[in-house]
Write a protein that binds this ligand. Structure first.
Ligand SMILES: Nc1ncnc2c1ncn2[C@@H]1O[C@H](COP(=O)(O)OP(=O)(O)OP(=O)(O)O)[C@@H](O)[C@H]1O
Ligand SMILES: [Mg+2]
Length: 423
């Protein structure tokens, strides 16, 4: 087992495309780190550079403190599990798992010992003499992991290992991988574009966008303190709402009326004239069910609810609204980049299951202003997180637990955002 350090890692492909740009990341020994981002953002490229399947254009790759840039994949002693598992169809499960040991010329007794150790751990004992074609997707996945385990590699690298499975099996395998990783305590880097996997599996999540690292943080910190518009929109489902507002005298003019931020949050606005207010769906509520004790922390406004989705334990209301043209264009760009449909100029708000707001009516909604993020539409920066950093300890940059050492390193969680519930 080993730690993995990426220093200023850049990848430029033969055709000149820079797929990975100056990425800095420290992965601790035994840590489970997720690389997440939209299609084409460079996740696989980054993973393949760690394993040695792709040349590194510039920067240093260290495994266990040793520079490995020029080392062949087999000399790095890492185990990669691919999306399609790459099992040998003509070999039994036993021989598939034993394969790397046979290659390395281990004796039969040692092969047998290690294969059985792995198969017991993975509950594959009764399948050892079967062929991969006759196994379920989840079992094949476990065989692939078995092959990775017997090598006693320094780290596991996964590239979207669950994307071929149906939703139910994905859920099971997710739990399985998580359990196994904890039991083995082996350094793991896991690539996915699925934000549920990202939020549930890892100790820390690294968010990539167009080859650049945006933020590295625990799932909780990513959710409560996203550093910019991209991370804020990417993490969370349904995604965060972005409401345009113009600022005068600390007063916010929004499509839903005049709002006033709590005193403690005013500094977030800085000197900005136009901001985006980021509000997660669960920061809203049907005003009629909000307890009096917390009502004063929010604002009540009228909203035209055109669609309600009732899910049993909760419900979502959709509220279309008019936004200024330039803001709308920017949100549409972000939406395209995030592959999401939910980011139109409409609010998606979560309502208590007991709420009885009918579709196609004007309803009174309540928004908890303590939980709002203030974002700069020009740069995308989350001004609330920046303000909390400035108010907190100096030298918050490069803060503890944040592996990224780039500009976008994970900030301290903001006090205001701390009040957000976890996902
Ligand atoms: N061999 C190559 N030559 C040139 N460009 C490449 C090559 N391989 C990948 N790219 C480009 O590099 C970028 C990153 O690709 P990569 O496969 O790392 O993305 P990804 O984040 O894994 O995406 P996905 O989620 O779709 O798997 C893409 O824009 C891709 O077109
Ligand atoms: Mg990929």
């Amino acid at each position: 087992m080993a730690d993995i350090t990426l220093k200023n890692i850049t990848k430029q492909y033969g055709d000149g495309y820079r797929a990975v740009r100056d990425v800095n990341l420290d992965i601790a020994d035994g840590e489970f780190v997720i690389l997440v981002g939209p299609s084409g953002c460079g996740k696989s490229t980054l993973l393949r550079m760690i394993v040695g399947l792709e040349d590194i254009t510039s920067g240093d790759m260290l495994i266990g403190g040793e520079r490995v840039n020029e080392k062949a994949p087999r000399d790095r002693n890492l185990s990669m599990v691919f999306q399609n598992y790459a099992l040998y169809p003509h070999l039994t499960v036993y021989e598939n798992i034993a394969f790397p040991l046979r290659l390395a010329k281990f004796g039969d007794a040692e092969v047998d010992r290690r294969v059985h150790q792995a198969s017991e751990l993975l509950e594959l004992d009764e399948h050892l003499q079967r062929k991969p074609a006759n196994l379920s997707g989840g079992q094949r996945q476990r065989v692939a992991m078995g092959r990775a385990i017997v090598r006693q590699a320094q780290a596991f690298l996964f590239d979207e290992p669950l994307s071929n499975l149906d939703a139910k099996l994905r859920g099971q395998m997710r739990a399985e991988i998580s359990r196994l990783q904890k039991r083995l305590g082996i350094t793991t880097v896991y690539v996915t574009h699925d934000q549920i996997e990202a939020m549930t599996l890892g100790d820390r999540v690294a968010v990539l966008r167009k080859g650049e690292l945006q933020q590295v943080a625990t799932p909780r910190d990513l959710y409560t303190s996203p550093v910019n518009l991209f991370v804020a929109g990417f993490i969370g489902s349904p995604p965060m709402n972005f409401i345009p507002a113009t600022v005068s005298d600390g007063e916010l003019h929004t499509p839903f009326g005049e709002w006033r931020l709590p005193e403690s949050r005013r500094p977030d606005l800085g000197g900005h004239d136009i901001v985006l207010l980021g509000a997660r769906p669960e920061s809203f509520e049907d005003s009629s069910v909000v307890p009096d004790t917390i009502r004063e922390h929010g604002v009540v406004f009228d909203a035209n609810v055109d669609v309600i989705e009732w899910l049993g334990n909760e419900q979502y209301a959709y509220v279309p609204y008019e936004a200024p043209e330039d803001i709308r264009a920017q949100l549409a760009d972000l939406e395209r980049e995030l592959d999401s449909e939910a980011m139109r100029t409409q609010l998606v708000v979560s309502l208590d299951a007991t709420s009885r707001i009918p579709e196609g009516t004007t309803a009174e909604l309540w928004l908890d202003l303590r939980k709002i993020h203030v974002l700069d539409p020009a740069t995308g920066r989350n001004l609330s997180v920046a303000a909390a950093d400035a108010a907190g300890s100096d030298g918050a940059a490069g803060s503890e637990g944040a592996g990224a050492t780039s500009d976008a390193s994970a900030p301290e969680p903001s006090p205001a955002a701390d009040e957000n519930p976890s996902p």
